[in-house]
Write a protein that binds this ligand. Structure first.
Ligand code: CO8
Length: 257
């Protein structure tokens, strides 16, 4: 099945969701997030399916939330639109999701990867939480999940500088499970999906539930605070300047207000 922004295919006991907005480097607009979640939900409720591979293309897994869609909104509009709600439901999914990452996984793209259960990356993949360079912060779990994955000091540096990092760095820091040649990415992800699909599904779901029970402890409250702070920044001049500068392909000039 294909929709406007994803390609969704079902194979024997596993599914593949491919984010498909190549002109925008797979930027996550509302439609992508809704369609990705709808496909994940469908797999979760399909007795013939055991797990999902979520991927992008060779240039980008996803270069973040869609800056053009967000730029002009104020805090009230962000709260009312709640456009990232489908993403929030991902942490309630019961079947494993494997992220297969080539190219850029930035901002919301990196956060989407971190919301998956197992991460395989091509050697040339680039990760990062560059939101600070737009006058905002990670808003889909980055402040929490990156910190849990790589530790306080590295997470602090990565989010305060917005610097990108490589797949081998992500592997060394504990963010990804495996790094493979880019052209082997889907073969490796498929082999893993088939391996999981051969396991007893009730035990698989129980393991995922319990790992998340440990991992998600205190997560809900922290994510609520993160979302609140993210939305609040849409009432600042720096958010408007940061996102406008990105769209106009120039350096931002910060005002501190
Ligand atoms: N949103 C919208 N459009 C984008 C995005 C994006 N995130 N990223 C790239 N694009 C577009 C570009 O505008 C460009 O479009 P056009 O051809 O019309 O100018 C096209 O994709 C190609 O991009 P570039 O020309 O910039 O390609 P380069 O190869 O020169 O650069 C980069 C690639 C380095 C990836 C660069 O595109 C980039 O820096 N992108 C933005 C990365 C970023 O800042 N991501 C974070 C976004 S904010 C976010 O994700 C917040 C998440 C929190 C959600 C909170 C929920 C409440």
């Amino acid at each position: 099945m294909s929709t406007a922004t994803i390609l969704f295919t079902k194979h024997e006991r596993y599914a593949v969701i491919r984010i498909n907005r190549p002109q925008q480097l797979n930027a996550l607009n509302s439609a992508v997030l809704q369609e990705v979640y709808a496909a994940l939900f469908e797999v979760d409720h399909d007795d013939a399916m055991s797990c999902t591979i979520l991927t992008g293309n060779e240039k980008a897994f996803a270069a973040g939330a869609d800056i053009k869609e967000m730029r002009d909104k104020d805090q009230q509009q962000m709260i009312l639109d709640n456009q990232f709600a489908p993403f929030d439901h991902m942490r309630r999914l019961k079947k494993p999701v494997i992220a297969a990452v080539n190219g850029f996984a930035l901002g919301g793209g990196c956060e989407l990867v971190m919301a998956c259960d197992i991460i395989i990356a091509g050697e040339t993949a680039r990760f990062g939480q560059p939101e600070v360079n737009l006058g905002v912060i990670p808003g889909m779990g980055g402040t929490q999940r990156l910190t849990r994955a790589v530790g306080k000091y590295r997470a602090m540096e990565l989010m305060l500088t917005g610097d990108l990092f490589t797949a081998p760095e992500a592997l060394a820091w504990g963010l990804v499970n495996k790094v493979v040649p880019p052209d082997r990415l889907m073969d490796e992800a498929t082999a893993l999906a088939q391996k999981l699909a051969a396991k007893p599904l009730l035990a698989v779901k129980a393991i995922k539930e319990l790992v998340l029970r440990s991992y998600n402890e205190h997560l809900d409250a922290a994510l609520e605070t993160e979302r609140h702070r993210f939305n609040a920044l849409f009432d600042t001049e720096d958010q408007k300047e940061g996102m406008t500068a990105f769209i106009e392909k120039r350096k931002p000039s910060w005002k501190g207000r």
